[in-house]
Design a protein around this ligand. Sequence first.
Ligand code: PLP
Length: 400
Amino acid sequence: MIKINDHFLDLKNSYLFSDISKRVSKFQKENPDREIIRLGIGDVTKPLSKTVVKALHNAVDEMASSETFRGYGPEQGYEFLIDKIIEFEYKPLGINLERSEVFISDGSKCDTGNIGDILDVSNTVAITDPVYPVYLDTNVMTGRSKIEFLPCNQENDFAPSLPKEKADMIYLCLPNNPTGTVLTKDQLKVFVDYAKANKSLILFDAAYESYITEENVPHSIYEIEGAKEVAIEFRSFSKQAGFTGTRCAYTIVPEELIGYTKNGGAINMHSLWLRRQSTKFNGVSYIVQKAAESIYTPEGQKEIKEYISYYMENAKIIRDGLESIGIKTFGGVNAPYIWLKTPGNLSSWEFFDLLLNEVGIVGTPGVGFGDEGEGYFRLTAFGSRENTIKAIEKIKKMTF
Ligand code: PLP
């Protein structure tokens, strides 16, 4: 008899975004003439930049010639891209990385999920609440059941406190999806110190790092002294350069990072991740890695900065518009997400239905990111300028 992984049955409902799309499809069927503005799923809308497209074309041409054709690449990624990441992303922060510490991948979603392969099922896990649902779901799938949620709400300014129970694995998503919260260096140091004292691992998801605008906000956890001993960092080109459909990301696993066997023996976790990736992952295509590399040219840098400013201007339009009608907002300053308190004490899903039915706007119910998200709602700044303005004007005319 073939047995399934029973832990899949422990997962709550279906994935948040499929619930949303079911409701939107139903609305569309019932109201075929109504316009829908989507500020829900955190996907970008602007096309790839000129420099990236040119790099893609050039790489395709290389693949068409027998002299420059490439087959299987190094699973960990091409050095040309790894070197640029070290030089442009980490050197300016005063962080030195070895090539071997950078693992190019096809997404932070996959990496934040797959990292569990090298970690024992008995580990206790701390996950901030609300947060990107992939951390919780991938732990549930594996059967890790000792999970503590770290509440993030208005009372604590959406900044998590340390776990109450000893946590072996701690997920931090900063800037946060969905709340847009960031921590200062001092606040982040508290977590690094905790991890060092308790031999814990911090899984630091910095997918929105390039949206940070304020000073004294760490762009990398390795800006905190000693973090290389206790943290893995996930970064992505998805939101930095519009690669959500092109797929390229990277994960830093420092050589100093130590994990422990059941008997307490110290093991270098880098070697485990390398073994995992080279066994189960074929690497990102040469073409896509060339495209990612191109954002590190002067023209490429200029284009992605414009691209990010465009979205952050949308964020400001959303924040200002909502605040002008008395809706309390958070985030949107260091992240492309606006987290809002639902007016009139509506539940997250009640507010979702109200926006959809009255003005055809799709957002994301806060409760989909965890219980603490109940009564909150997320709007993204990734829409077009035109749609963002239109959506806010429509919301401003509503009465709550
Ligand atoms: N991490 C966070 C916090 C995200 O919000 C997302 C996407 O929305 C991802 C990771 C996924 O990144 P990628 O497209 O690289 O898989």
